[in-house]
Design a protein around this ligand. Structure first.
Ligand code: NI
Length: 254
């Protein structure tokens, strides 16, 4: 149930019945020679919208640009600063709380967003602690990246193993193939890239854009994007919707 496609009375009735909402977020950044620039937000959005439509859950408008400054060496990438993302999250929390939302489930599709979002939520709580505010009703936040949902994580590792890598991953490319077949097809897979040390790249801990481009000239980070298949994307979407149903139900109940 997309919030922006509802009337205010209809939204009010839904919030009265269940005061929760899912907010998909991601990035708009290069995804190598095979992936769509919108891959990160398109994946989170596709999962959230499928889940919301199937289960009658509110879905907020997608935040499509994220903390991606390290991708600015590649044309087509956009970015907001960590402090900008924190400010956006702070405003969304306050606005949602003011209009009756009590459970905000952020479904993330971009590793670079994780640290600023966590910090923004911590700032939101800290302001209350320092001001000794103990509101009877307040918004509670959960942040999950789709690839860490358990069935989805197991499936992407089973499908692609070490070729999954960290950026322009075949699993995220496959989800876009399934969700947007008119925009992205399948590829002839070339041999996999040479193996790398896998340990340094989780969470998008990169420095500035010039060094990122030097380190990863084709824009991927150990990911063999061309292995992506539409059927895999459909299976990943189904697994993610199932995972999300369980995790969201626990979150609302908790
Ligand atoms: Ni991505």
């Amino acid at each position: 149930m997309r919030l922006e496609m509802m009337t205010a009375p209809a939204a009010a009735a839904m919030i009265a019945r269940s005061p929760g909402i899912i907010w998909p977020m991601g990035s708009t950044e290069q995804h190598g020679p095979h992936g769509l620039i919108g891959t990160d937000h398109l994946c989170a959005e596709a999962i959230a919208r499928r889940f919301g439509a199937a289960r009658g859950v509110l879905v907020a408008p997608t935040l499509a640009v994220g903390q991606s400054h390290f991708q600015l060496g590649f044309p087509g990438s956009l970015a907001i600063r960590p402090s900008t993302l924190m400010a956006i999250v702070a405003d969304y929390l306050a606005a949602m709380e003011a209009t009756g939302i009590r459970r905000l489930y952020i479904l993330n599709g971009h590793g670079g967003n994780i640290a600023p979002v966590r910090s923004a939520v911590a700032e939101f709580h800290a302001a209350r602690s320092f001001n000794r505010i103990d509101p009877a009703s307040r918004i509670v936040v959960r942040l999950r990246s789709w690839w860490e949902l358990p069935r989805t994580d197991a499936l992407r590792k089973r499908l692609y193993g070490a070729a999954e890598g960290y950026h322009a991953t075949p699993s995220e490319i496959a989800i876009t193939q399934a969700a947007y077949p008119e925009a992205i097809g399948e590829f002839d897979a070339p041999p996999p890239p040479a193996s790398h040390d896998m340990s340094d790249h989780a969470g998008d801990n990169y420095e500035e854009a010039a060094s990122f481009r030097r380190a990863f000239p084709d824009g991927t980070v150990i990911s063999h994007s061309a292995l992506a298949r539409r059927a895999d994307g459909e299976a990943l979407l189904a697994a993610a919707v199932e995972d999300l149903a369980e995790d969201y139900a626990r979150f609302i109940a908790g």
